[in-house]
Design a protein around this ligand. Structure first.
Ligand code: HEC
Length: 296
């Protein structure tokens, strides 16, 4: 029995540790996405679908999902769906596929664009929200952009016409450069210490100095990101930064819906189930009272 308790405690501890570990992310920016409910959420998903069909569907299919199911769940009339949102098919009962040839796509982008039916489950909504807002100018990359959430990503900046182009601010660049040097110093000092080259107390001092600088710069970068000073727009897009953020919330809400079309029903059903359990507990309690009344 004791052993059993010990095992279950250990399992519980490791589960909570892994939950904690998966909670924080090490990427920046890591802004929270606004949450919407009911009618606002439906409108947001509809907008998100429009953004998706216009900018993403050419490369990324959603092949676990059918157009008519989406139309029904997002309250989009079928004729509107056919005329405005379907480009690769005109049959409303079709799966949401595209004609991207995988082999050529691999050649073009290095990696074929993955199907995104389940992306909101494998990557969490907050990750997606920041990823879509994380493209920035980087002339060393093939498409002239990099992504601060998904480093060296093979995807071009598909939303450039909406967002424009942003770049890291000078402050961010300086802090990152300093950090890069400190990481270099740290690695070489550790290597020397391991090979017993040089004065060990000097090396240890260099190690703690570098570690402190890395930590300090990480904190400053986080502050810059939290105050919205991580990126600055260098080319205007069709949308203002606030409008773009809102469009990205819509896009993620749409992908979240696609990842689990029954999520909203499941949640509202959950409330009824809990209410029923509460009601049934009361009934059971009064029944018990009634049955035991004559025995005492
Ligand atoms: C021109 C083709 C193209 C377009 C358009 C495009 N993508 Fe991509 N996307 C890619 C490629 C290629 C990758 C794989 C990149 C890699 O793994 O390095 C990718 C990766 C992704 C990923 C990361 C998948 C992962 O591995 O976690 C997401 C999410 C994503 N795209 C979403 C979108 C969305 C949303 C849009 C529309 C706004 C879009 N993409 C438009 C080509 C495209």
């Amino acid at each position: 029995m004791k052993k059993l308790i010990k095992i279950s405690l250990l399992t519980l501890a490791s589960i909570s540790l892994s939950v904690l570990a998966s909670g924080g992310g090490s990427y920046l920016p890591n802004d929270e996405m606004p949450t919407y409910t009911s009618h606002r959420l439906t409108t947001s998903m509809q907008n998100g679908m429009q953004v998706y069909m216009n900018n993403c569907m050419g490369c990324h299919s959603l092949e676990f999902q059918r157009y008519n199911r989406t139309a029904k769940d997002l309250v989009i009339p079928e004729d509107l769906m056919i005329s405005n949102l379907m480009f690769s098919s005109d049959k409303i009962g079709d799966l949401m596929t595209n004609n991207m040839p995988t082999a050529s796509a691999e050649k073009w982008f290095g990696t074929a664009p993955p199907d995104l039916s389940l992306i909101a489950r494998s990557r969490k909504p907050q990750w997606l929200y920041n990823y879509f807002r994380g493209f920035y100018q980087d002339d060393s990359r093939p498409y002239g952009v990099n992504n601060s959430v998904f480093k060296d990503v093979g995807m071009p900046h598909a939303l450039e016409s909406l967002q424009g182009i942003q770049a890291k601010t000078d402050e961010v660049k300086n802090l990152e450069n300093e950090k890069e040097y400190a990481l270099g110093d740290l690695a070489s000092a550790q290597e020397k210490l391991k090979n017993e080259e040089g004065d060990s107390s000097e090396l240890n001092a260099l190690i703690s100095k570098s570690e402190a600088l890395i930590h300090e710069n990480d904190e400053k970068l986080m502050e810059l990101s939290e105050s919205g000073n991580y990126f600055t727009l260098v080319k205007q897009g069709q949308l203002s930064p606030a409008e773009f953020d809102s469009a990205m919330t819509d896009l993620v809400n749409f992908l979240d819906y696609i990842g689990e079309p029954i999520k909203r029903e499941r949640k509202s059903m959950g409330v009824y189930v809990l209410l029923f359990i509460l009601f049934f507990t009361a009934v059971a309690y009064f029944l018990k009272k009634e049955y035991w009344k004559d025995i005492h």
